[in-house]
Design a protein around this ligand. Sequence first.
Ligand code: ATP
Ligand code: ZN
Length: 319
Amino acid sequence: MTDIIRAGTPGTPGTPGTESLVCRLVDAELLVPTGVLGLYGRSGTYQDVADGIGAMVRRWGASLGARRLHLPPVLGRATFAHTNYLESFPDLMGSVHVFSGGNPEHKELLRRVESGGDWPALLEPADVVLASAACHGVYPLCTGVLPIEGRTFDVQSYCFRHEPSPQAARMQSFVMHEIAHVGTADGAWNHREEGLAHGLRMLSGLGLDMSAVPASDPFFGRVGAVLAAGQLDEELKMEGVTAIPGTQGMTAIMSANSHRDHFGVPFGIETAGGAVAHSACVAFGVDRIVVALLAVHGLDPASWPSGVRDQLGLAGSLA
Ligand code: ATP
Ligand code: ZN
């Protein structure tokens, strides 16, 4: 089953020290391969570390009075259309298709499955798509006039991005845990700034060597190049990056994003003062953080530094 991963992975399988990180994670049974690049199951040990990160983010959210939400991995198509994700990242989104035919269509469906034919062509788009970011589900909850202090959410979900890759930190399906704020322009900007600082402190405290860099999203197409330049110029997106041993370059394991009124306008959100609401989110890529911790501290969390284990609540849980 690891062939699909090994096939597209730099490094020489079987030679100690040269195997890719993803192969080592699979061999250590931390990630469970599925035959699809970037799609893995989690072992119990991996899940325990992910839970520890979730608890750390939740503690921060609780200190801000955030409303806790666990959202599904799919989003209503109408809500998705309002996020304008398609404008910027059509290549990353994923849609859900369903069968709604009758008996003749069912017969044809089975015939195509058996003959290796194009059976997905017989399906139709459902009224849901795969979630691209955890925070997208909170904006429709804010439509109308906000309380004076705005609204803060602790929100997490599995997200999908169509970027199949043999790199351990680039998955198609991964958990994003965000603290998002919707409120005044100043309130949202402060959330972005304080959230970035908090996230960097939190992740540094886990032994990861963090730095903050202004970043731009991988916007699609020619218009996208202009959007990316503007995002960089105004430093709307900041990323917390770290070097993950066994992978090249720096990897963003969190981001702190100012959306300005990008969601306030389409979702009809107003501040108590009557202005269009601004929003900001601080997003933790839970899987990337787990992978970074495993690469930095070793593949056996039972042997991690006790300070790291304590913060993740792992003491005793991995016996
Ligand atoms: P939006 O601006 O639309 O709200 P976002 O800013 O919340 O989106 P990103 O910054 O694109 O989302 O992603 C947040 C975090 O999710 C990243 O910092 C990263 O850690 C993680 N992430 C993104 N893509 C992947 C991926 N393909 N595999 C694993 N983790 C990912
Ligand atoms: Zn977000």
